[in-house]
Design a protein around this ligand. Structure first.
Ligand SMILES: *[C@@H]1O[C@H](CO)[C@@H](O)[C@H](O)[C@H]1NC(C)=O
Length: 139
């Protein structure tokens, strides 16, 4: 014998109650890489994270790393994480989220991941430099 209608109504009421009691997270922020696409080692770039709300703390995460790598508290709605002199180890998928500055903080969902690819310089380049240094620049 299946559950009685009364039991189902009770279950529904309990579920509604649970949902309304659950803390609501803020909507996920957006994330982008500037410049976008893959970069060569040594490049400076920015990971930008932005939300519809101002006065938040933005946190940057790397997929596979539990704790936030960095955080910023911009005056506006845009958190920027500069990466100077990018290395191949910086390659990975990044997400961000934000939280309120009060205690306990209210959190947003994580952004979608963006993929940062730092590609190695081909091994031919040192040879090229050695060759070109033998040439005298034309006047
Ligand atoms: C980023 O995530 C995608 C999808 O999971 C994966 O194929 C890719 O290898 C990741 N990139 C890096 C650099 O880890």
């Amino acid at each position: 014998m299946g559950p009685t209608p009364a039991f189902l109504v009770l279950l529904g009421a309990m579920w509604t109650c649970l949902l309304s009691a659950a803390p609501q997270a803020f909507p996920a922020p957006s994330i982008s890489l500037i410049p976008s696409g893959s970069i060569i080692p040594g490049t400076n770039m920015i990971i930008r994270c932005w939300a519809d709300l101002s006065g938040m703390r933005f946190l940057l995460y790397k997929v596979g790393v539990l704790d936030a790598l960095r955080h910023v508290e911009p005056a506006g709605n845009k958190g920027e994480f500069p990466i100077t002199n990018a290395r191949q180890e910086d390659s990975g998928n990044y997400t961000c989220r934000y939280q309120t500055l009060d205690e306990p903080p209210k959190w947003s969902y994580h952004s979608n991941p963006v993929e940062l690819v730092v590609k190695g310089i081909p091994s031919e380049i040192p040879t090229c430099q050695a060759k070109s240094s033998q040439h005298q620049p034309s006047p």
